[in-house]
Design a protein around this ligand. Sequence first.
Ligand code: SF4
Length: 309
Amino acid sequence: MDNLLQRKLRLGIAACQFGSKVRYNGKGIDLSQHLGRDRGQFIWTPVCPEIMSGMGVPRASIKLSGGNGFDFWNGKANIKNKDGENKNDMIKKGAIACFETLERADIDAYIFMEGSPSCGVYRTSLKNQRLGNPPGVFGALLLEKGVFLISSIDLQSPIRWWDWKRRLVAFVWIKEQNIDSKEILKDIWDKVKYVLYELHEEEAQALRDRIREVLSSTEFISDETYSALKISILNLLRKPAKLDNIKKCLWANYLELKQRENIEVKDIFEPHTLRNMTHIAQELLGIEIEARKKNILFRSSPINYKPDR
Ligand code: SF4
């Protein structure tokens, strides 16, 4: 099985983070510009639930009261604007319209704006470091539907974006595999296990033990068992890596490539060497490019993303 993803990935994004001036105060910013050439590797679908609600620009800011976005959908929380008007019905319709758009676009992931009562996932307020009532109304919908979620703030950081991209590519590649035999399960696990150890060592080890049990079993393995293992692998890929782990594994996986494949890349530093995050991202990209050229597996970024034009 090739560790190759050729389909162009489709990303939904909060419209105000893609350059549309749709925030309540008429502001918007294009964070996708930070991706440089990577921007062209994706098909983008910007949406704004507050615009689709019909509230327009500019509008009075809104806030969640009485609970979070999940409570809102259960009828236990409200959205009110600054003037005290109840906007539940409008926000509900706007969120559903956007979600249906993203479904039609068949997105692989959604880039959300943190801090909004509509789109926020881990914060619904930007004031004084307060968290508000997370998730927001649209954020709750996206979480409930199991969408792969990326914070727009991370588009500004080369290392964070590198981490998101390698995990998303592996996530989609695995999602599209039909795991129905031990051979396929083993093949997939052998390709992605190093990334999983890097992301969450303990959880990955527990998963490794479950997979080993299945691989060594003489009993019939049901589709449900394969499917549960696949979901566990996918869930581990959703969570961002710690920067220290990225650095440590970069070095270890580079040394492994050097010994196994004789690959040499300039300016790769040991983990304790001080350098900024942009440099670390360049190191990772440098190794990735060399590994891709020779069609060999780089453990930190195991699936090769070569989208068709
Ligand atoms: S955060 Fe969401 S609702 Fe608010 S302007 Fe951006 S896209 Fe629209």
